[in-house]
Design a binder for this molecule. Sequence first.
Ligand code: PLP
Length: 479
Amino acid sequence: MSAVSPETQAVRSALSVIGSVEPAVAAAITDELTAQRESLKLIASENYASMAVLLAMGNWLSDKYAEGTPGHRFYAGCAQVDRIEELAAGHARELFGADHAYVQPHSGIDANLVAYWAILAHRIEAPALERAGAKHVNDLTEQDWEQLRQELGSQRMLGMSLDAGGHLTHGFRPNISGKMFHQRTYGTDPATGLLDYAALRETAREFRPLILVAGYSAYPRRINFATMREIADEVGATLLVDMAHFAGLVAGKVLTGDFDPVPHAHVTTTTTHKTLRGPRGGMVLCQQEYAEAVDRGCPMVLGGPLAHVMAAKAVALAEARQPAFRDYAQQVADNAQALAAGLMNRGARLVSNGTDNHLCLVDVGSYGLTGRQAESALLDSGIVTNRNAIPRDPNGAWYTSGIRIGTPALTTRGLGTAEMDVVAGLMHEVLSSTRPGTTKAGTPSKASYELDSALSGRVSKEASGLLAGFPLYPEVDLG
Ligand code: PLP
């Protein structure tokens, strides 16, 4: 009889304890593992954290309030939280070569909010206090306070447009950043699909933003952050790089020199759960000048820190400092290139004709489909992707003309470049066999589609057959 692994014991025991109180939660946790094991996950922003990362979150560190920073808390009894936060921040500084790391943000959106307010505090509020001879905002007269509020609310931000791959938090109206800042965008060159630095420089010179944001959710190429910093310096902007998507490639030294944001950006924000393969959360790295303002993230915009998640961040960052993580990051990039080549060799059109990070953007217009139709047809065939706008998208942000695919999750499962070609073949077969459907009234529809169910069933089987050779959480056997 084979021995039961410690991970299996841990998960079985946890599920039994949870199930004794609310069996529906234990059942949902179990079913989620089954679903994740069976799906061919190409969502570029998702990954699978290690069992050590997951287990670090499920404990009584969650019970503690610890507003403030290590050694400077608004609550007593925070010695262990201090220890954990210092450990995670130390790992982050070492891993990324940052002056300062703030590991409290609960998510990527929160990390960006902390960063924006830190920049406003440093560049707008601090000089206003100095002018008024005040130490604290509470010391300002009503008149000075009102003037400062007006100033804080009238600053400018320049970020990448959504259809070029930017993120809602980079100054777009549905997010609070778009309500806080006057915003303009930059984009890509229509001929190459690459970021147009010359046009960006022009816009920056004319618009003179307080904050220049670089970073993306759906741009398949490297960004030259040395050039970005040069542009920011020329117009007196603070350079903020949101590396939420590609932090793992920075940690794993795939993106180095001009393509590593940390030495160039004044402030770098990230999530910890995408390519970095940690728990769901965020982080802010910054140059020393911004450290004090960044550390005021809680209570400025954040609630009390999640000590259990900071513990998991410390574990994930320790993992990312191991040599094996560099192999992983390189494999993520190699796999993305293999997937791109596999699709292009079969006739697919990719935005920018390829990738040099972890993601590709397929223009499914080349298959006569909208992103919505392609996403659904692939899902029917056991392949999980998400639709995404492409530059100058004729179908807008809801139906879109693109499919975003990424390799971080499949690489964690152990799939390599040979398997990426198989995945590309399956995707191409589904996309080239899908036809746009019609509405009930018989007019063309951007959502419905026609796909032979025998074909989608066969592709699903082939996808799960492929995955069977690369078990997810093989150390966990739920019986
Ligand atoms: N920034 C970028 C570039 C992202 O792609 C995302 C998430 O997709 C975020 C921020 C927000 O992260 P979260 O969902 O953790 O708030």
